[in-house]
Design a protein around this ligand. Structure first.
Ligand code: ADP
Ligand code: MG
Length: 280
């Protein structure tokens, strides 16, 4: 068993892709579970009104229950809405409810409306002295104000790419948005990681997609790919991550491997972020 190095400072990673169904949520819950299982202290912030990450962690997220919605609108602190995942004691979750779908409009008039999440996290860490090794933010498939809050709170973006035809289509829009955020709201943001998901070893297409991603983004795409697996897909219906539900399955093993790669790249990524900071 290889040990997972802990990052020297907290990594805040927004998992984003405005395409739906590419594996954002599945990646967030399984990478964070794998890191927590290996001893890291992890916070997951569910920023999708669908609350799929909350479902996979089996935390209450019915309409009206305390959630990231209350945090963004200033009614509650991160500490007040935080839940601990029953399968992974090192893993805390900020759930999301369908109420978040209204927040887009409700926060539009607030000054600093893009910094609400960033400031809430900073306040919470400052007031409690809490430390996390990793904070993962699961984004909705959009490029709206809620996703902007995630991109402003994050230091890095991780982009899951589904191994399918047209995988790179639409990536341009995401890159453009991230570029705009880098120029204006969050100059320290970097795209640190890409992960190819739903990889099918039997098809040439999957390998072609991987090669294409590798050609365009050689420094950030992980060597590990995530296979298409029924167990990965059915785990959330049991309120489980694949790491807990099918611990020895191919899906869990791949997500552990990807998590290990992410952990090992920590110092390189942190260095890139500070280089970006001092270049400003
Ligand atoms: P997103 O958050 O980008 O919308 P999800 O993580 O919810 O995407 O994944 C979309 C669908 O594909 C879900 O039903 C999920 O269970 C399924 N899925 C994700 N990754 C895999 C995989 N590696 N193998 C099989 N099904 C997967
Ligand atoms: Mg999702």
């Amino acid at each position: 068993e290889e040990t997972y190095p802990k990052p020297s400072t907290m990594r805040v990673i927004a998992v984003a892709n405005q395409k739906g169904g590419v594996g954002k949520t599945t990646t967030v819950v399984n990478i964070s579970a794998a890191l927590a299982e290996a001893g890291a202290h992890v916070l997951v912030i569910d920023m999708d009104p669908q609350g799929n990450a909350s479902t996979a962690f089996n935390v209450e997220h019915s309409s009206g229950s305390p959630s990231v919605y209350d945090v963004l609108e200033g009614r509650m602190t991160i500490g007040e809405v935080r839940r601990t995942c029953e399968d992974f004691p090192n893993l805390d979750v900020i759930p999301s409810t369908i109420d978040l779908s209204g927040a887009e409009l409700e926060i539009a008039g607030i000054e600093d409306r893009t910094m609400l999440l960033r400031d809430s996290i900073a306040d919470y860490l400052h007031e409690t002295g809490e430390h996390y090794d990793y904070v993962f933010i699961d984004c909705a498939p959009s490029l709206g104000l809620i996703v902007l809050n995630a991109l402003c709170a994050a230091h890095e973006v991780m982009i899951p790419i589904q191994a399918e035809y047209y995988a790179l289509e639409g990536l341009g829009q995401l890159m453009k948005t991230i570029g705009l955020v880098q120029q204006t709201l969050n100059k320290h943001l970097i795209i640190s990681t890409m992960l190819v998901t739903m990889f099918d070893r039997r098809t040439i297409l999957s390998q072609d997609v991987y090669d294409e991603v590798k050609k365009h983004y050689p420094d950030i795409v992980l060597d590990t790919t995530i296979p298409r697996s029924v167990k990965i897909a059915e785990a959330p219906s049991f309120g489980k991550t694949a790491i807990a539900y099918d611990s020895n399955g191919a899906g869990a093993i791949s997500y552990r491997e990807a998590a290990l790669e992410i952990a090992k790249r920590s110092e390189h990524v942190l260095k890139t972020i500070s280089a970006q900071k001092s270049a400003q």
